[in-house]
Design a protein around this ligand. Sequence first.
Ligand code: PXP
Length: 243
Amino acid sequence: MTNLLINVDHVGTLRNAREETFPDPVHAAARCEQAGADGIVFHLREDRRHITERDVRLLAETVNGKLDFELSTEEEVVSICCDVVPDLATLVPERREEVTTEGGLDVTASRPRLNAVTDRLYGAGVDQVSLFVDPVPAQIEATAAVGANCVELHTGDFAEASTEAARREEAERLAAAADAAHETGLRVHAGHGLDYNNFSLFRETVPHVAEVSIGFAVMARAILVGMDQAVRDMRATVANAQP
Ligand code: PXP
């Protein structure tokens, strides 16, 4: 079955908006795990706009399932990741002006830096290193060439497609990328914009998906129905979707 990892960044966004100590992403992570999440994702941004170093340390101590540390290649953040040694490190592009991660890494253009960071992460004891990329063959090839053993396919264009036909076309692009990644020996992850409505089309079209990372849809629902219910609903959505 596809692993469901829940991203708790938005809990930190809400807390920091009021410069408060609550709601706490660490408490939220525990709730997510109790409700059936296989693991927790966070992104330690260079500007610390949601997750802080305190959160990282506590999440590393308290998360029982899989811990996915999303990061850019900035030196200080890479050092923290090497110190924490999560189960999975996912390298993502980062721009300070963006509201959320806007697209995949250009791996072909940054191979030496990504290669060096990937090696450092393995050297620190991180078992799985993933690169977040658009579903483009050249990026998949470059991901394997850099030495990552996982790839996270960016599902944003699929999620944002405005017509059914466009969404199906994006799902086919993701399927071709997943096939190519699987053939190269990469473990396939996916995320960005996946939700309760679009997941079944995604999963019935895209093969080899070992893991998905979902944040906004679950946190948005949690505000209205509670975290337990929101995670359980997503757990069921992922479990019921057929490849
Ligand atoms: N995967 C990556 C690499 C991301 O940057 C994000 C957004 O934080 C997600 C998955 C989750 O996206 P969403 O919050 O839209 O579910």
